[in-house]
Design a protein around this ligand. Structure first.
Ligand code: AGP
Length: 594
């Protein structure tokens, strides 16, 4: 998730582009750049934040320009990989947000035709494809170029010979801020609100020609009208897309995050998942290392890998591994970390490497420290996560671990195809659940009045119960504990009273019957009971005080839906208690000390 901008109008573009980029840095901030139109295209770009770039820029007079602030997915953050990217002639510059899944084959073809590539990015194929098709009409050349591209994109294109910018959108957001004798383009509303509150939202397949005087939009070659909306938000509200907190915004981003997480990894025709990290042949077992929420994701990963790949998987807290005598043989050690900066996980990976183990890091932040320790990297593509409480990164980690298990799965083709189909429809199921958030908010109203709570589950959903307890602890300050449902009778039953609510995940798998027995034991001790259960489960409905209905899903993937439901439960409980949700006390987004 990057931030792209464009300006065409009567004022100097440079300061407007820089300011708009600053407004979009919550979308990505590892490198940035601008391109200003003149007799030649002037490009300035570098690693780091916009204000750093601003300091080194000479004043350039131009009324037309584009800009970009990056969240690297393809190619590490570097000056050469930063956007904008040029074609061979230097007359065409492009900024892009999204992922081009067939960039490798397009690049090979274009190199074969004599085009010179400078960067490692997927984006750079776009200016070269436009150059290949340019015959004086930029919009036509852009339309022709996009015909070859698979994947998600929003782009802004500038050409030395055109007084207009050409923009296009497919799955990645793009808006046009309509001004008086000027127009602005951006990935999101905060970038234009300093200049206008009238915004056009482009739709998939739209190509726009934007000049000082106006905007023309086409879709499949036909002129289309797009409504102008008046934006009622201030800048901060807009950065949260109107959500009250970044956490709620990030929870609602998860259907897109899941799609992005498997984009380019699933070869639909052969029903093959290829992560490009080689064979599994040399290992006797796998060790997953992580902290906090990432540790619970690892635990779900253990279930998926052992079920599909039939290889033993150990899961350890990185902070403990560093002082344990864990026996490692031909072990593949995988470190899971959203930030890539968690000191315990970095130290654990270094230790494992020192013990002669092959290492892989599953990370969200590109080029973070962990990527310089592990031999191989797998990015989860959740985009920047601003709220301290991890939500979308957790779900992206789960999907990436499912892909890892599927890529080495020893199952028949039919089972593989069925699981891949289920994975593809997962974003819709998550959206279905998000559409019912009001009902979960209702449950939070009753939970908010308690100071203690238990989360229980069995099997693959036990780590999700622990994650649910962690989320509630982190942001609502309720002392919540996650516990294996079968363990309650071995002690915690002593704490169950009408003042200790229990949140139980009733999964639609072989643990259901025993879990329902546990619900009866919990109710016998008069604890308020909130259950997460599959739509229509009457037995649970009779037992629980409140039920959060979960759409029917392949049991292996149920941790994603149960995880999202518990994120919402924690969020609305914390809101009910008036807690500072995005910046909870005593916590940091990445813990860089042991
Ligand atoms: C989760 O909401 C917390 N922010 C915290 O537990 C976090 O998961 C933990 O610090 C690990 O962070 P990492 O994934 O960046 O390594």
């Amino acid at each position: 998730m990057c931030g792209i901008v464009g300006y065409v109008g009567y004022r100097e573009a440079q300061p407007i582009l820089l300011n708009s980029l600053k407004r979009l840095e919550y979308r990505g901030y590892d490198s940035c750049g601008i391109a200003l139109q003149g007799s030649i295209i002037e490009v300035y770009k570098d690693v780091g934040r916009v204000e750093e770039l601003e300091k080194m820029l000479p004043p350039v007079e131009s009324k037309i320009g584009i800009g970009h602030t990056r969240w690297a997915t393809h190619g590490k953050p570097s000056q050469i990989n930063a956007h904008p990217h040029l074609d061979c002639s230097g007359k065409i510059a492009v900024v892009h947000n999204g992922v081009i899944s067939n960039s490798q084959s397009l690049r090979e073809q274009l190199v074969g035709e004599g085009h010179r590539f400078l960067s490692e990015t997927d984006t750079e194929v776009i200016p070269h494809l436009i150059e290949k098709h340019y015959q004086g009409n930029l919009a036509q050349a852009v339309e022709a170029a996009l015909g070859y591209i698979n994947g998600s994109y929003s782009i802004v294109v500038v050409h030395t010979e055109c007084e207009e910018l050409v923009v296009a959108r497919n799955e990645s957001p793009l808006i046009i801020g309509v001004g008086d004798r000027e127009n602005l383009i951006a990935s999101d509303v905060p970038a234009v609100l300093d200049h206008t509150d009238r915004v056009i939202y482009l739709e998939d397949g739209d190509i726009g020609v934007v000049s000082k005087q106006g905007v023309r939009i086409f879709n499949n070659g036909v002129a289309v009208r797009r409504e102008k909306h008046r934006i009622p938000w201030n800048i901060e509200e807009a950065q949260k897309s109107g959500y009250e907190h970044f956490m709620l915004k990030e929870i609602h981003e998860q259907p897109r995050v899941i799609r992005d997480s498997f984009r380019g990894y699933i070869r639909a025709i052969e029903s093959v998942v290829d992560l490009g990290i080689g064979k599994l042949t040399h290992f006797d077992n796998i060790l997953l290392l992580a902290c906090g929420t990432s540790y619970y994701a690892a635990w779900v990963g253990k279930h998926a890998i052992e079920k599909l790949v039939r290889v033993p998987v150990m899961v350890e807290l990185a902070s403990e591994f560093n002082y344990n005598d864990t026996v490692l043989g031909k072990t593949w050690v995988i470190g899971i970390t959203q930030s890539g900066e968690t000191a315990d996980t970095l130290k654990a990976l270094k230790r494992a490497k020192g013990l002669g183990c092959r290492t892989l890091a599953i990370a969200n932040v590109v080029e973070s420290s962990v990527t310089r320790i592990a031999e191989q990297i797998l990015y989860v593509r959740a985009g920047p996560e601003i709220s301290v409480a991890a939500t979308k990164s957790f779900v992206a980690q789960l999907v990436t671990l499912y892909l890892l298990a599927l890529s080495y799965a020893i199952i028949d083709t039919r089972s593989r195809e069925r699981l891949i189909t289920e994975l593809r429809i997962l974003p819709n199921k998550v959206q279905q659940l998000l559409n019912e958030e009001e009902k979960i908010a209702e449950c939070s109203k009753c939970l908010a009045k308690y100071e203690n709570a238990f989360f229980v589950a069995r099997g693959i959903n036990l780590p999700v119960a622990l994650e649910g307890a962690l989320k509630l602890k982190e942001i609502s300050y309720i002392h919540a504990e996650g516990y294996a449902a079968g363990e309650l009778k071995h002690g915690p039953f002593a704490l169950l009273t009408s003042n200790t609510p229990v949140i139980a995940i009733v999964a639609q798998d072989d643990t259901q019957e025993t879990l329902i027995t546990n619900l009866k034991e919990i109710k016998a001790r008069e604890s308020p009971l909130i259950a997460l259960a599959e739509e229509g489960n009457e037995e649970v409905e009779k037992l629980a005080d409140r039920v959060i209905w979960i759409p029917r899903v392949e049991p292996l993937f149920s941790p994603v839906l149960n995880g999202v439901a518990l994120q919402l439960l924690a969020y609305y409980t914390a809101r009910e208690r008036g807690c500072p949700i995005d910046q909870p006390r005593n916590l940091a987004k990445s813990v860089t000390v042991e």
